[in-house]
Design a protein. Structure first.
Length: 431
């Protein structure tokens, strides 16, 4: 029987009988695990069987989170990591390693733009930026022999622009390249990108998934439908010592040994094991607890965000509201296609005046906390140009619509009327 999202958010990926009948996943605060016997230890180290040997590679608490996220996103497997940016970096490097190119929009979270435009090129991975990721002709014009993947956010931060996943996935697959998406803003409750053709999904679990601003984390989920042995990705067909048995003369590549799970296995065995951005068992536990109430939290946050966005469209000194859930936006048809439950809890607004007016609004807000996070139970306010997109070059900030007059809001669980009143008084006092 197919279980609902709400049921899976509480039960998926965890067996109480295998954990001392604990109804809540325990925190396994152990650096290492008994290998049992020599044969089992060898099989674990070579990736022939699943299990736990060292918490840098796998941990039972983290494993429960990974299995639950894979179930909620409709993937074949997941790897939880130390932060959302670790998830983004690992996924892009795993696809692009050895000189590959990535296609991406400029309308991304600031740290992702910095990674793509400035940092990953130091590792031989370069990015071809496009103005509109939904413009298939523009995207296709950037595809070359070294292109490995297209990367975008399903709902962009902070513009809330919606990614038209289905045609983009078809274009990518027609050229043998992968579609990697950041689904942090909607969370799996509002959108499952794999259903529309995305190959790899990344999350900052710090945000809506955990939902209480108390645990940093990230996750990579593999849809299991992409052919990583299609000729564009030599790293998946090359023999690898770590998964082979040279003593017996047995050599394997990731594609040969793991088939459609080659990507997520390479993330765990090469990236997590080598670079070590490990999710702590305690943070995984907090994320598991947060997931249990994800549908209820996000439902209220979306309803409040919609009301606040509508209110701000006629508020004094507000010159523009960015929220794709508003009926008059050019992308509103995509809301019906992908987001029957709403587009998320973040929105942004531009105000008149100068950056000083923005500062006064932020300083004048009483309920909105000045915090560079989203998806929290608390409502949050931030000036992206000075905080979340500070590392982005001015030209790229402008292209992404991030001006000094932009304010981003993440709507929490407070009473929506109290939040509207707080914004009204903060805006009025700033002018």
């Amino acid at each position: 029987m197919s279980e609902s999202f709400q049921t899976q958010a509480i039960h998926a990926g965890y067996d109480p009988l295998a954990n001392g009948r604990a109804s809540v996943p325990p925190i396994y605060a152990s650096a290492a695990f008994d290998l049992g016997d020599a044969a089992r230890g060898d099989a674990l180290a070579g990736g022939d069987i699943d299990g736990f040997e060292y918490s840098r590679v796998a941990n039972p608490t983290v494993d429960a989170l990974e299995r639950r996220l894979a179930a909620l996103e409709g993937g074949i497997g997941a790897v939880a990591v130390g932060s959302g940016m670790a998830a983004v970096s690992y996924a892009l490097m795993c696809a692009g390693e050895g000189g590959g190119r990535i296609i991406a929009p400029t309308d991304l979270y600031g740290a992702s733009v910095d990674a793509l435009g400035d940092f990953l090129p130091q590792f031989g991975i370069h990015t071809d930026f496009v103005k509109d990721i939904n413009d298939l002709k523009e995207v296709e014009s950037k595809i070359g022999p070294d292109t490995r993947a297209i990367f975008a956010e399903t709902v962009a931060n902070p513009s809330t622009a919606i990614l038209d996943i289905e045609p983009l996935a078809k274009l990518a697959h027609s050229h043998g390249i992968a579609l990697i998406v950041d689904n942090t803003v909607p969370t799996p409750y509002l959108l499952n990108p794999v259903k529309f053709g995305a190959d790899i999904v990344v999350h900052s679990t710090t945000k809506g998934i955990t939902g209480h601003g108390n645990a940093i984390g990230g996750a990579i989920i593999d849809g299991g439908n992409f052919d990583w042995a299609n000729g564009r990705f030599p790293q998946f067909t090359a023999r690898q010592q770590v998964i082979s048995n040279d003593r017996a003369g047995e050599w394997h590549s990731f594609a040969e040994k793991f088939g459609n799970a080659a990507f997520i296995k390479r993330i765990r065995i090469k990236y997590l094991r080598t670079f070590g951005a490990v999710q702590s068992p305690f943070n995984a536990y907090l994320s598991l607890v947060g997931l249990e109430t994800l549908p209820q939290r996000v439902s209220q946050q979306v309803a409040s965000a919609q009301r606040i966005a509508e209110h701000l469209t006629s508020a004094p000194h507000v010159t523009k509201v960015n929220y794709s859930g508003l009926g008059y936006t050019p992308q509103y048809e995509l809301v019906g296609k992908y987001f029957p439950r709403g587009v998320g809890q973040i929105l942004s607004l531009q105000v008149d005046g100068s950056a000083n007016n923005v500062r006064r609004i932020i300083d004048g807000a009483k309920l909105f906390s000045y915090v560079p996070n989203i998806g929290d139970a608390r409502s949050l306010i931030v000036d992206p140009a000075h905080i979340t997109h500070r590392e982005v070059p001015a030209e790229a900030r402008i292209a992404a619509g991030v001006s000094d007059n932009l304010i981003r809001l993440s709507i929490g669980l407070e009473d929506v009327n109290d939040l509207i009143a707080d914004l009204d008084q903060a805006i009025a006092a700033a002018y």
